[in-house]
Each structure stands twice: as C-alpha cells, then as structure tokens.
Design a protein around this ligand. Structure first.
Ligand code: KIV
Ligand code: ZN
Length: 505
C-alpha cells in the first residue's frame, strides 16, 4: 500500500536473477560439510526450484570439490553451473578443468584485505583482476567478478576496478558485503552510484552479521541490481547470507518483480536443506519456519478463520506451507471448535467446556497443545462415564529416595466421604491401592490392565493412561484419562472405569 508512495524513488529491474551459493558459501556454515553425493542431490533440488546460477563449489579447494563440481555438470541441469576461483591462474584452471560454464572470480579490494591478507597494492590487484577476466573470456566462459569486501573499499578505487573488469569483458560484477556492514540506505546509495558507471548487470552478495542481508539485497535491487546471491535458509559463513526464500518472496510479493523461482517448492527445499545439513530452522523463521503460518491468539484465529488475509501477508500455499491453528493459553472457543470440526469430533456443550478448560490449563502451564494432545484429551473426555458415582474429592502422593511411595485419596461415594492411605511400589501403584482400599468395603473391582503412553515427546508431554477394570460378576469397563501428570492420569482413568462398572450394575 505504502509502496506506491516510494515507487518513484526506486529504479528496480523487471526481473531479478537468483544466484544460489548454498553449495559454496552455505557450505561454509560452521559445522556443515557435505559429501559429493549430498552436493549432487542439493544441486538437483536447486535446479528444480528454478535457480538461475548454482555456485557448485570452489574447485581449487579440494579434490572433493572438483569431483562434486564435475558430477553436477554431468547432470546437464538447466541452471548455469558456476565455480568459485580466486584471480589466480591455478584456481581458474581448476574450475575450467571441471568444465564449468560460469566462473565467479574474486579478490579482496579493501584496505584491510590489501594490507593484511594479500599484501598487494591497488594496481597489482587491479591488474590481476583484469588478467583473470581475460583468461576466463579467452576460454569462452561466462565471468562474474567480485571485489571482496567491496563495502569497505574506497569508492573511487571500487569504481575503477569494476570499470576495468567490465572493459576486460566481465559479464556481471558482484558487490559483496563480505562482513555484513552495510545498512539498507548505504547499500541503495552504493548500487545507485555504481549503476552510473557500469553497464553490465550488477549483482549483490550480502552477509547477515547485523541481520540486514535480506533488507540490503532488496535495497540493492531497488537501486537497479539485476542479480542477488542467496542461500537456502540463509546458510553461510558466520551469521550467514541473505535467505533465498525471504528475498524471493519479498521481490515477488512486495515489489512485483519476476524471478524464475517456483515459490511453491520453497518449504520443501528448505526442509530438505535443513535435513541434509543438520542446521535446524527456528520455528519463527520467516516464510519456511514451522510457525510462519501458525496462529494461536483467539483474536487472530477468529480473523484468519473468517478471512485469512487479516493475519497473513501471503497464502501458505504460495510457498508450499500449511496453515496451522495452534492451541495454547490464548486459544479462543472458535479456534477450538474449528480444530475439533477438522477432526470430525462432535461433543456436547459440557464436554466442549471440559476440553476448553483442559487446553487453557495446559496453556497456562506454558505448554503448547499439539493436535495429538487435543485428540487424546477429546477422546478421554468423550469416553468418560456419564455419571460419577465415585467422585475424587482430594488426592496427595509422597515419593522419593528412601521413602515408601504413599498415596492418600478422599472419595465421595453416594454422598459419603471416605479416605484411605496406602503404600505401593511406586506412586501410581500406591494411588490405585488407596482407591481400591476405599472401595473394598463395598466393592470388589480389580485392575485388569494398565497402559500408559506419552502423547508427544519431552518431560512435559501429556500422558494418556488407559485401564481395564472388572468385578467378580464379570462386568468390565475401560477408563481413560489424559493429563501431564502421570499419577493424576492414572487416578482419573481408574475412577472412570469404576464409575462405568457401577453404572452398569
Ligand atoms: O562474502 C564474500 O565476500 C564472498 C566472496 C567469495 C564473494 O563470499
Ligand atoms: Zn560470502
């Protein structure tokens, strides 16, 4: 909406090329190392996603890099397959020998890189860069040139070196914000100024040290950059590179700029990369995170159920995601009703209120109620005895090291309150013994079967207890309860079964 107000201050292209560096900069993510086979699988996935240029690796770095680059080339993918190389003939040869159709060559240009890393002056760097472009072009290969640490390079020298490589025949110049020091306004200024000097396409390569890689990439495009370097899930050296899925969706939706990316495959690709690299995405990761289209607050859920756009900027389907209604402490009745409807669970008002209370209760204890939790809660409430002849009035249990587990129950049976304390091998056993003791004067109901299951993982998982009880007349009944406390679940399940038997009689 407000974009219209600033459109006249932008100079974006109609379409932007996506240069994916997941296999190169992404592999520089601390802790990530990919096998040749994994690199091949990733390249295929990136190609299906519609990437324009896949940076397959840094062939001069190792035999493994050369092998994977060669094997990726053998796949005959639609994307350009690029190899990274320093402006050294030996590096360029390594890439050329692999058969690449695109070389991304680079050299540090900032005072820091000149003095401490390369120990070279400006002229030497410029000459080596031009020689490298000449060499690549002599081999009939597409050449992209990066002035490494461009964002900390003197502007006049940066212009000079980019002009020189353009004159030498470079096809693309790339502007790396190597240590992520740009802010959106400075990036916009830099690219706009370079546009005045350079006729070939300009590309950007932003790192996320200040969390600005995506914003800086977009600003570069606003100023006229025609290509963006990015990685799936924002993988990359240190804090990573610009996240491809975020750049692409912002370009597509916010700017209306075309890319070749099949956006419906973004979530699937992100999950694949996460699995293969072992780098998990935070749930709140934009576009692809588990919570990107999850709604919890009652007000939001109400809005989304009426019209999804109220609380969603794009549909989840656009990126291959799914909308999720999450139950927790902010859940409203509408959200719960819609969830139960989704599962075809019908219940009366009293049962609905019981489920609602249990969900809220769990939420207040800081627990998120998963779909599996909800189904178990609903099932146990739906399966509850219609009447309570035996009611739990109070319960306490004591257990620990060198302490005999002891439980005390207070039950109301037909308006009479009775109490018993019993020990057992554990707190559950003690509790069941105490219940049976209270009932033993009048009843003969025995526990025939006891099963317990954790619904979801974790120490605060809901425990579902299922019991079968029977009396001497052959009456049998099941009891079920779902709670986060195993002992309480057991007590409730046992009482549920007892009530069913008493009603049967
Ligand atoms: O961040 C960087 O500067 C790089 C270069 C190799 C372009 O990754
Ligand atoms: Zn980088």
């Amino acid at each position: 909406m407000y974009l219209d107000r600033v459109k006249n201050k932008m100079n974006p292209p109609d379409s932007v090329k996506i240069f994916d560096t997941t296999l190169r900069d992404g592999e520089q993510t601390p802790g990530v190392a990919l096998t040749v086979d994994e690199k091949i699988r990733i390249a295929k996935k990136l190609n299906s996603l519609g990437i324009n240029v896949i940076e397959a690796g840094f062939p001069a770095a190792s035999e493994g890099e050369r092998e994977s680059t060669r094997k990726i080339l053998e796949l005959g993918l639609d994307a350009n397959i690029c190899g990274l190389a320093r402006v050294l003939i030996s590096d360029l040869d390594s890439a050329i020998d692999c058969g690449v159709d695109y070389i991304h060559t680079f050299i540090g240009t900032s005072p820091l890189h000149r003095k401490f890393k390369l120990k070279m002056n400006k002229e030497e760097i410029l000459t080596k860069s031009v020689d490298a472009i000449d060499y690549i072009k002599d081999h009939g290969i597409k050449a992209e040139f990066s002035a490494e640490d461009a964002s900390r390079t003197e502007f006049n020298y940066l212009k000079e070196i980019y002009r020189a490589v353009e004159n030498a025949g470079a096809d693309v110049i790339n502007v790396p914000d190597t240590v992520g020091v740009m802010i959106p306004s400075s990036m916009k200024w830099l690219i706009a100024e370079l546009k005045k000097e350079i006729k070939i396409p300009i590309s950007v390569h932003c790192h996320d040290d200040f969390g600005l890689a995506v914003a800086n990439s977009l600003m570069a495009v606003e100023a006229g950059a025609q290509q963006v370097h990015a990685t799936i899930n924002g993988l990359g050296e240190r804090a990573g590179n610009a996240a491809l899925e975020e750049v692409v969706m912002a370009l597509t939706v916010e700017y209306g700029i075309e890319t070749s990316i099949k956006t419906k495959l973004l979530v699937n690709t992100s999950e694949f990369i996460s699995r293969i690299t072992g780098v998990k995405m935070p749930p709140n990761k934009a576009i692809v995170g588990e919570n990107a289209f999850a709604h919890e607050a009652g007000i939001h859920v109400h809005g989304v159920l009426e019209k999804a756009e109220t609380y969603e900027p794009i549909t989840p389907e656009m990126v291959g995601h799914t909308r999720r209604i999450v139950l927790g402490k902010h859940t409203g009745a509408k959200a719960l009703k819609s969830k139960l409807d989704d599962y075809g669970i019908e219940m009366n008002e009293k049962q609905f209120c019981d489920v609602f209370d249990q969900v809220k209760n769990l939420g207040d204890k800081g627990k998120m109620v998963t779909d599996a939790d909800l189904k178990a809660i609903a099932e146990s409430i739906l399966g509850k005895a219609k009447d309570e002849i035996v009611k739990l009035e109070g319960f306490a249990v004591m257990t620990g090291e060198n302490v005999m587990p002891t439980a005390t129950v207070k039950l109301k049976i037909n308006d009479q309150v009775k109490t018993s304390s019993k020990t057992g091998v554990g707190p559950v056993d003690a509790a069941i013994n105490a219940i049976q003791d209270v009932l033993s004067e009048t009843e003969d109901i025995e526990l025939l079967e006891y099963n317990i299951e954790a619904i979801t993982g974790g120490t605060n998982a809901l425990a579902e207890v299922f019991v079968v009880m029977g009396d001497k007349n052959g009456n049998k009944a099941t009891g079920r309860s779902t709670r986060e406390d195993i002992v309480m679940s057991s007590v409730e399940a046992v009482l549920d079964a007892i009530n069913k038997i008493l009603i049967l009689r």
